[in-house]
Write a protein that binds this ligand. Structure first.
Ligand code: VGL
Ligand code: ZN
Length: 207
């Protein structure tokens, strides 16, 4: 195993996508096993100086909401209503730095879907101002917001690395997650596991 990823604190960032209660088991748009990403992401966070948290942050009349949801693009149950408890970052997620975290709200326009953390936000500008060149991406859901964030990062000239075991997907129909990972790789992303991230000289809790 070889292949180890050294983190360069000045030019690498971690993007934590949509770790929100509404996407967890028991929530309206539950991602299977979605809560499993939290302890893994919490172990990655100390390895990065630059961390960006996206959150789905919809108005009550968002275009994606359906009365009879089919749990696919364009037909979701109401979820992540701006400022509701289910939309806040999950209470078990480590937020760093806790005095001034970088939080990006998306999907705030009622007329537009926005899976990507770049869409309709200033994430690109924030990353460039901070000197970021490579983003590591974790969170939910692999086949929607993670995928679109990764593809947008690549289109905008960032290198992108998906931390696969720190993501979970809707995966409906079955195979959707595998297809999403294929597509990300095809567009130039790397896919790794959390264990492959190595930081020196900092200490990481062993996985
Ligand atoms: C997401 C479906 C609808 C996601 C957001 O975070 O992947 N999926 N809204
Ligand atoms: Zn949404």
């Amino acid at each position: 195993m070889p292949y180890r990823y050294d983190i360069h604190p000045d030019t690498d960032a971690l993007i934590v996508v949509d770790v929100q209660p509404d996407f967890m088991p028991g929530g309206p748009l539950a991602v299977p096993d979605g809560d499993a990403v939290i302890p893994i992401i919490n172990r990655l966070i100390p390895a990065f100086d630059k961390i960006y948290y996206t959150r789905d942050w919809h108005p009550y009349n968002h275009i994606s909401f359906s009365e009879f949801p089919e749990y696919r693009d364009g037909s979701w149950p109401p979820h992540c209503l701006a400022d509701s408890p289910g939309a806040h970052l999950h209470e078990d997620l480590i937020i760093a730095p806790d005095d001034d975290p970088q939080i990006i709200s998306k999907g705030t326009d009622p007329e537009r879907e926005a899976y990507s953390g770049f869409e309709g936000t200033d994430l690109d500008r924030r990353l460039r101002l901070a000197g970021v060149r490579r983003v590591f991406v974790a969170g939910l859901a692999t086949d929607y917001c993670v995928k679109n964030t990764v593809l947008d990062a690549l289109k905008r000239g960032f290198q992108a690395v998906v931390v696969e075991d720190a993501t979970r997907g809707v995966n409906q129909p079955a195979g959707n997650v595998a297809q999403a990972l294929d597509e990300m790789v095809q567009q130039g992303a790397e896919v790794i596991t959390a264990k492959q991230l190595v930081t020196a000289p900092r200490e990481l809790t062993p996985l």
